[in-house]
Design a protein around this ligand. Structure first.
Ligand code: NIG
Ligand code: FE
Length: 420
């Protein structure tokens, strides 16, 4: 069968190949093919391997010479707060001089500051700001993004955020998956009667379900935000409605959100800087993926999640960017990957698993994306590096030469060539 597109002369092709979730020590198990090719047809991978691509070549086939560079599956950023209005650079000065993140929130700033701006913002303003960020992420090799709501904290604005994500998914080459996060903070108008807000979020879950605007539900389980009991109540209702569930867990205080996530069958538990040893053991061999966000530790000057301990205990780990205006204002996913290497002490192979197949699994997309495999979507990154180790070593820059999404080149020779 003829290919539409062939990428040839690939120095080294790297891909996970085991069935996810890939736990702990198996995360190092990566297939490497030297002098490889990838043949693509109708947006999907027709075949890949070493050398023998000529059988797929016709006069119409577009050819891309990878010039001995390396190729990996497109990166999957499985935790972002992509759609929001404004920015919080004033807060950065406070954080830098030592004011704790939760104190800023308690005083009505932080997430609540972005809520105020997002409520006021038009659909178009939110759309354009997020569109630009998405393009920036794509430049770093990100081909799929999970985007959470949670800056409305009232149904109208939550729906507006989710509709922006939906339109971005339709318009932008990057795949955008939406998560409803009405339980991101307690809004100002409910400060003295939080229990009523929980009831509101639970009622709003039905609306989100009816409108079919989200593929998952997330809760921020933290001191002063939502307790273990409240998180459980919200997520049990979400589960009953058929939503996959996630938890922002044990980020600052060790409340036990990770253990709750395993008990409830969460697809991922995220952050985990303060996770207990008991909950690491609970995560071991489970289907709940530990989604670590080292950019947040870096920006907030906090400790890092115990990634090595998790990997040694056979936990399935993924890495995500957590792009948001308050605790991780960057779209540079390759810097996040550097932090996973430098601060979480993960190996290049473990990190590749953690930004491809493991996040594809917890986003319920591993049948389509997350590895270079026949029949999967041709979402690929061609990186200007002699080997995988190099991209973790040479930090702070983008190594992306070309990016392909759905069989179409979207970044060519470092330039964005397709934005819609
Ligand atoms: O994942 N932790 C809670 N939510 C975000 C921060 C959101 C914000 O500060 O605006 C996070 O870090
Ligand atoms: Fe987050």
């Amino acid at each position: 069968m003829d290919a539409d597109f062939i990428i040839y002369n690939i120095g080294k092709l790297y891909t996970p190949y085991l069935t996810p979730p890939i736990h702990g020590k198996e995360m190092s198990d990566i297939q490497v093919i030297e002098n490889a090719f990838i043949a693509i047809r109708d947006g999907l991978i027709l075949d890949f391997g070493d050398h023998k691509y000529k059988q797929y070549k016709s006069r119409q086939t577009k050819m891309l010479d990878a010039k001995q560079m390396i190729v990996t599956p497109g990166f999957i950023d499985s935790h972002t707060h992509l759609v929001h209005a404004g920015s919080r650079e004033d807060e950065y000065a406070k954080l830098r001089s030592g004011t704790p993140y939760l104190e800023i929130l308690k005083a009505g700033g932080g997430i609540l500051g972005t809520v105020e701006q997002t409520r006021k913002a038009s659909f178009d303003a939110l759309y354009h700001q997020a569109y630009a960020s998405l393009t920036e992420m794509m430049h770093y090799g990100v081909t799929t993004v999970e985007a959470k709501s949670g800056y409305g904290l009232e149904i109208e604005t939550e729906v507006k955020q989710l509709e922006v994500s939906k339109k971005l998914n339709e318009d932008h080459p990057v795949t955008v998956l939406s998560t409803y996060m009405g339980a991101h903070a307690v809004p100002r108008e409910f400060q003295d009667h939080e229990e009523d807000y929980i009831k509101q979020v639970i009622a709003d879950l039905d609306t989100i379900k009816t409108l079919d605007l989200a593929t998952a539900v997330d809760v921020f389980c933290e001191t002063g935000v939502f307790s273990i009991e409240e998180t459980k109540e919200i997520l049990e209702r979400a589960k009953a409605l058929g939503f996959p569930i996630k938890i922002h867990a044990d980020e600052i205080d060790p409340l036990g959100g990770a253990g709750l996530g395993v008990d409830l069958g969460a697809t991922s538990v995220d952050h985990l800087m303060a996770i207990s040893d008991k909950d690491i053991r609970k995560l071991a061999y489970s289907k709940t993926v530990a989604n670590l966000l080292p950019g947040t530790s870096f920006y907030l000057n906090k400790g890092y999640a115990p990634a090595r301990k998790m990997i040694e205990n056979q936990v399935a780990v993924s890495i995500a960017g957590d792009y948001n205006p308050g605790s991780c204002p960057t779209e540079n996913f390759q810097f996040i990957m550097h932090l996973a290497s430098n601060k979480l002490k993960m190996t290049p192979e473990e990190i590749l698993t953690a930004v491809t197949i493991n996040p594809a699994y917890h986003l319920h997309m591993d049948h389509l994306i997350g590895s270079i495999a026949k029949g999967k979507r041709a979402d690929l990154v061609i990186l200007d590096a002699p080997n995988l180790n190099y991209i973790f070593y040479h930090f702070g820059v983008s190594h992306t030469k070309h990016v392909m999404i759905n069989g179409q080149i979207v970044v060519e020779d470092r330039q964005i060539v397709r934005e819609s």
